[in-house]
Each structure stands twice: as C-alpha cells, then as structure tokens.
Design a protein around this ligand. Structure first.
Ligand code: SAM
Length: 375
C-alpha cells in the first residue's frame, strides 16, 4: 500500500516500510522483549495492508475559509490531509463527500473542530461531529439534511452537549468460525458511540477465533474489561456460565443489549471496575450491583479468567486475583505492560500459546494474546 502521507503522518510511524517489513520489525521487537519468558513459536495474525480501520478520528483544519481533514504529523504539528489509506472503504468514500457538503454550509462548517467515523462491515456509518460552539436547533436542522443526503447517522458534540440525530450506534454482524459443530457462528452486535470497539474488524474476528481455538473450555468463565461483549458472546458458547465486568456504563448497556439481540442466556454483565471485582471476590466489600443482578459469586465454578485491559495493563490486585484461576487468557494492546504482568503471572502459570495480532498496521503498536495454565 502507498499513502502520500507516509513519512509525515504521526499515526503511521512505520509507513515508510512495506507491510511485511513493518510486521517483521514488530515481530522481532516482541520476540526480543518476551524472549526471557517465552521461547516457543509465536502465532502471527496479519492485517490487510490498507483500508483496515473501521474507526478513525481526524482534526478539522480551517484556513482562509477552506476546511480539510488533518492529522498530527511526526512533530505533533497539524498536517492537512485529503484522504487516509488505512480507513475502511466506507469511511474513505464518505470523507470527501462529507467535507464537500460541510464546506458549502456555513452553519455546519463554523467552529467544526474534529470528526470521528465508525463503520460496520456492511456500511452502517456513524459520524460524530465535534464543535467548539453551542449546537442549536438551526445546526440540528442542517445536520439532519446532511444525514439524509449522505445516508449516515450523525451525532453532534460540543462541551456538555451530545445531540443524537437518529441512532447513537451502528449494527454489525460478526462471523466467527467456532471449532465445535453445534456452536453458532453469527453474532449481531451494536457498537455504541462512546463505548470501546476494536479498530480492525478483520483482525478482531481472528483474535476471537484464535482464543476459541487455543483455550481449554470448562466450568464457568470470569471476564474483566469486557467492553460491549466482543469476546464474551462467542466465548459464552464454550462455558457453562459467564460473569463479565467492565467499568464503562455505556459499554455494559451495549453488552446487555448485544446479549439480548443474540438470545444468549448464560452471561451476566455487571458494571464494576477490576479493582472493585477483586474486593467483591475477596469478600472485602459487598456490592448492591451484584445483588441487583442476582449474582452470588459462590454460585460460580470459575476455572478460567479472561482479561483485556487498557494500555496500563493489570493493577497488582487484579494480577493476584488472576493467579487463582487454572487458566488465564490475556489480550493486550501494550506489550510493555503485558511483559511486566507476565513476569508476575509466570511465577504460578506457564505460557501455552502466544500470538501477535497486527491490528494497528503501519503504526508501532501491536496487539498480543496469551493463554496461560497453572503450573
Ligand atoms: C481494550 S478494551 C477491551 C474491551 C473488549 N474486551 C473488546 O474486545 O471490545 C478495555 C476495556 O476496559 C475498560 N476499563 C478500563 N479501565 C477499567 C477498570 N479499571 N476496570 C474495568 N474495566 C476497565 C474500558 O472501558 C474498555 O472497555
């Protein structure tokens, strides 16, 4: 793939390399990093080399009455851009059309500061337009016309304001190849604006499949940092019961809805930070949120814990909690904190499988997956 902004754009910092070169660079870097705790084969899951991002954010750049999209460049200065080679075809096609319409409309253009796109694999698109001005009825009228013309969903945001013109979500279908014949392989999900979603859907699906193919599923599953249930729904097919927790209200709402959409009955989603869950599990504190959902921790026969924390990785109490489980599945978007946490977890557990998922192709980032079992 070639992008005219490679070498300048601060997002694709490895853009000057070919797809294979940047992947080899990251594989070598991670093999060196994890060499002290894992010396077996690392599975590598590749991305498409272009049009792979189903969500993207851009600044809006105003100059002499004209507007364009912009990214931060490698020196953190604004870099005006016309297009972006890594966003999905749906987003790519929409970007110039949106800008063209907004440029012709003073109400929509004035103080338009940044924009976020979220697209499904079937072309459902949510656009969040962020402003540095109060959004009034006149703005809503114009934005509704734009929404209808481009057949998209628009949300307007400004300080203390969130104006939803139709829906605040997109519909997506996940096709997962689950290893057991009886299991379903199609999941309907809604991705809500403001909730976490994985950025590279093709790699996301392969991450879910990798987990399903590499774990030993039995008894009940405990999941922390579950987001909108991205892993939870497919994994629930392999366990008796699942208890999944997450800090964000938006994500828990979407997880519950996604569960209903798929008529899955063996999952309980609870809004709880990982730190709170540790307190509940250790009997340090009682939580009304658990009682309200009719959850008694003693009713669960957990043997597996699944964690997918943010870049900071696990806090000490959550790491200690994980050590109580026979099997640990750890998905990480930050190899640095993953390595730190694995140093601790490998005191009690052995790494069985390790994978690199190239979710963030052409950037320095890479996602990892690890399955550990108790020694
Ligand atoms: C990397 S995302 C993973 C979400 C989900 N597994 C997925 O695949 O979409 C991390 C999630 O952890 C949640 N989170 C952040 N800090 C947390 C905490 N202290 N306790 C529980 N969840 C937290 C975030 O809201 C986010 O949904």
């Amino acid at each position: 793939m070639n992008c005219e902004y490679f070498g300048k754009c601060g997002s694709c910092t490895l853009g000057k390399m070919s797809y294979e070169e940047q992947l080899d660079f990251k594989i070598k870097r991670e093999k060196e990093r994890f060499g002290d705790i894992f010396d077996k084969t690392i599975d590598v899951i590749k991305s498409k080399d272009g049009a792979f991002r189903n969500r993207a954010e851009f600044r809006v750049f105003h100059k002499m009455g004209k507007i364009s999209y912009a990214m931060s460049d490698i020196n953190k200065k604004l870099l005006p851009i016309q297009n972006c080679s890594i966003v999905s075809d749906y987003i790519s096609e929409l970007m110039p059309k949106l800008l063209d319409e907004v440029s012709k409309n003073e109400i929509l253009a004035k103080r338009f500061f940044s924009v976020e796109f979220l697209s499904s694999t079937t072309g459902d698109i949510l656009v969040t337009m962020i402003y540095h001005k109060k959004l009034d009825d006149v703005w809503s009228e114009e934005a509704k016309k734009l929404q209808a013309k481009l057949n998209i969903k628009i949300i307007g945001r400004s300080r203390g304001q969130r104006v939803i013109l139709s829906d605040d979500f997109i519909n997506e279908k996940l096709y997962i190849c689950v290893p057991t014949q009886e299991s379903r392989n199609e999941f309907l999900v809604q991705y809500k604006e403001g909730g976490f979603t994985q950025p590279n859907q093709k790699v996301n699906i392969q991450m879910i499949e990798w987990v399903l193919n590499n774990i030993e599923a039995k008894d009940d599953l405990c999941e922390l940092y579950c987001g909108g249930g991205n892993f939870t729904l497919p994994l629930s097919q392999k366990f008796d019961k699942v208890l999944a927790t997450e800090i964000s209200k938006t994500s828990i709402r979407s997880a519950k809805l996604n569960c209903e959409l798929n008529d899955i009955k063996n999952i309980k989603f609870i809004r709880m930070s990982s730190e709170e869950f540790v307190e509940a599990r250790n009997g340090v504190r009682e939580f009304r949120r658990l009682q309200q959902e009719d959850v008694k921790l003693e009713d669960y026969n957990f043997s597996t814990i699944f964690v997918d924390p943010p870049r900071a990785g696990l806090d000490d109490t959550t790491t200690n909690l994980a050590k109580d489980f026979e099997q640990i599945i750890y998905i990480s978007c930050n190899p640095e904190t993953l390595h730190r946490d694995l140093i601790e977890l490998t005191k009690t557990h052995t790494i069985k499988n390790f994978a690199l998922f190239d979710q963030f192709a052409f950037s320095g980032h890479i996602e990892c997956g690890v399955v550990l079992s108790v020694k």
